[in-house]
Design a protein around this ligand. Structure first.
Ligand code: ATP
Ligand code: MG
Length: 585
């Protein structure tokens, strides 16, 4: 029979008597022939650790203290509010027998670029968290006969070849709590802004199954963006996934941010996940949200460009897990992933370092699954399950407007529609630069209020007609009156859809503007004045006809009589406006 080597580490060499006490246990587990090896470790005062092959037994003072702390924590959790805790804790201490914790340990083989390969941990599972010597955590991503591939969360400089790794037996989770609202956290859920440490209420698994079909109900409530061009034509419902796609610097983040601002007072929790962005842009965004009073209901999860690929890879999943915590409590959640193209790039880097085979554009084969399992977790839960919802606004950056590239097509096929932002529109001053022809929302219509549906009516169609006519008449100079009128009307509509940043329009405001516009109310107003006149119109209605505004907001419907009232009151305002213009000139 072969000999079994038992390595004992402690500050003092164990006596023969101490060794003989260990023998029955060791013989039972590992056989008769035990050979002891002693290694001096001055840190292990008042305890020892023992290694047998890949098994690790921790009998150090820290480990025992941790056990006792855990036991006490459980007692405190179980105790009712009126219990006197001191006797309970004392009882625990009197009856406490420390357990020898058996663990498997592995050895780091190679390390670099946030990836470590580990040998020896035969039973580790995919997605399990490992703890490296020095405290760095890692997640198992590759399992092979030769060893484990592990991504590291945090600074890998303390991990060296040959250092030891412990299993935890747990899948990765993020700490969650109500206190996270208003804070900026990293991809692991720990606060990185000024302020106190966030005490976790519990941990949510980073990778979780999406709610099943029976747990859901269909999307039925609007998630208003406050942007006229989106709410009228491409409405988003609570629980929907709507992609925001466009080239760089076309106002993608601005659309998401305006949507967050518009959730003020609507009891929606917003989670903004920044992936691979400049830390300064994220700081600026946080400051703007704070200035506008939107940070109270917002959480920013930030894995900036300087973070390692593994941190950027898990950031959206952490954001999603935090969202699930609120959704399961019956709350409505809005998540923004800014942006998933950088997420895919981080995943590609990580996969290549893990030596997975590259596929199209060097992305690994499972890059579709990477995003589909993330976005599938958006849901509108049934009333039986609390009725919470989680809406996702993923953002994707295209190169030169190419929506048929690999990652954009993947994500377009996973989402329920896309808002396509175009550089040429953006530079011509049409902001938000929504391309009306290429944008679509596949379920939002079901969530749009009846009033909005009636008001928006044929807006899309009329804009399409205008675009076609504009192209058609580009080169001809003499146009007949009807065509000229049609073009002027279309131009007016396009102007109406321009909207400054940070100025969301309320639901009743949008309905009033649309009803007026479809009744050709803005025809004759100089193009440059249109946005201002529309704004004035909303304010006029709030003073002159507050009953109409509140009925629109509460009932969400509009009958023919109300529609004609709106047109009549709008006429009043527009006539006043024309008069004052004439007087000025
Ligand atoms: P990136 O690709 O760098 O992430 P992006 O597509 O997210 O860019 P934003 O950062 O949102 O674009 O916007 C780019 C610029 O356009 C910003 O300076 C912003 O202030 C401006 N902008 C965006 N939307 C509007 C708007 N509706 N009105 C006026 N300016 C706008
Ligand atoms: Mg952006």
């Amino acid at each position: 029979m072969s000999k079994v080597l038992v390595k004992i580490r402690s500050s003092r060499e164990p006596t023969e008597e101490q060794k003989s006490k260990l023998l029955p246990f060791l013989n039972e587990r590992y056989g008769e022939e035990i050979v002891f090896e002693y290694i001096r470790d001055r840190k292990l005062v008042g305890g020892f650790t023992m290694e047998v092959g890949n098994d690790f037994y921790d009998y150090s003072r820290e480990a025992r203290l941790e056990q006792l702390t855990r036991k006490w924590e459980q007692t405190v959790k179980k105790a009712s509010f009126s219990d006197d805790l001191i006797p309970l804790l004392r009882e625990d201490l009197d009856n406490w027998v420390p357990k020898t914790l058996a663990e498997q340990i592995g050895i780091v083989d190679t390390v670099g670029d946030g990836i470590a390969t580990v040998t020896g941990l035969k039973e580790a599972e995919y997605g399990e968290i490992l703890i490296f010597e020095g405290g760095v955590r890692g997640m198992v991503q590759n399992l092979s006969r030769e060893g484990l591939g592990c991504v590291l969360f945090g600074d890998d400089s303390s991990v060296t070849e040959g250092s030891r790794v412990r299993r935890t037996g747990r899948a990765s989770g993020v700490p969650v709590s109500e206190k996270m609202l208003g804070r900026v956290v990293d991809a692991l859920g720990y606060a990185i802004d000024v302020g106190d440490e966030i005490k976790p209420e519990k941990y949510m698994p980073i990778e979780a199954q999406a709610p099943g079909i029976l747990e859901r109900q269909s999307v039925h409530e609007p998630m208003e963006t406050g942007l006229l061009c989106i709410d009228s034509m491409f409405p988003i419902g609570r629980g929907q996934r709507e992609l925001i796609i466009g080239d760089r610097q076309t106002g993608k983040t601005a659309v998401a941010m305006d949507t967050i601002l518009n959730q003020k007072g609507k009891n929606v929790v917003c989670i903004y996940v920044a992936i691979g962005q400049k830390a300064s842009s994220v700081a600026q965004l946080a400051r703007s949200l704070k200035d506008k009073g939107a940070m109270d209901y917002t959480i920013i999860v930030c894995a900036s460009a300087s973070e390692s690929a593994p941190m950027q890879y898990i950031a959206p999943y952490s954001g999603c897990a935090i969202g699930e915590y609120f959704m399961n409590k019956g709350r409505h959640v809005l998540r923004v992933y800014d942006d998933l193209s950088k997420h895919a790039v981080a995943y590609r880097a990580l996969s290549l370092l893990l030596e997975r085979s590259p596929g199209r554009e060097a992305y690994p084969g499972d890059v579709f699954y990477l995003h589909s399992r993330l976005l599938e977790r958006s849901a509108c839960l049934s009333d039986k399950n609390g009725g919470g919802s989680m809406t996702a606004l993923p953002i994707v950056e295209t190169q030169a407007g190419d929506v048929s590239a690999y990652i954009p097509t993947n994500i377009i096929s996973i989402t329920d529609g896309q808002i396509f932002l175009e550089s040429s529109l953006f530079f011509s001053g049409q902001r938000p630069a929504v391309n009306v022809g290429l944008s679509v929302s596949r379920v939002g219509g079901a969530a749009q209020t009846k009033a909005m549906k009636k008001a928006a009516g044929s807006l899309r169609l009329e804009l399409a007609q205008y675009r076609e006519m504009e192209v058609f008449t580009q080169f001809s100079s003499d146009l007949d009156d009807a065509t000229q009128r049609q073009i002027a009307y279309g131009q007016g509509l396009m102007r109406l859809l321009r909207q400054e940043r940070y100025s969301p329009i309320s639901h009743h405001g949008q309905v009033v503007i649309l009803v007026t516009a479809m009744a050709k109310g803005f025809v004759g107003v100089p193009l440059d004045d249109i946005p201002e006149v529309a704004k004035g119109l909303c304010e006029y209605f709030e003073h002159r006809a507050p009953h109409i505004c509140s009925r629109l907001d509460v009932e969400g419907d509009m009958d023919e009589r109300m529609k004609s009232d709106i047109i009549r009151i709008a006429e009043e305002y527009l006539a006043d406006h024309r008069e004052s213009e004439d007087a000025d000139s």
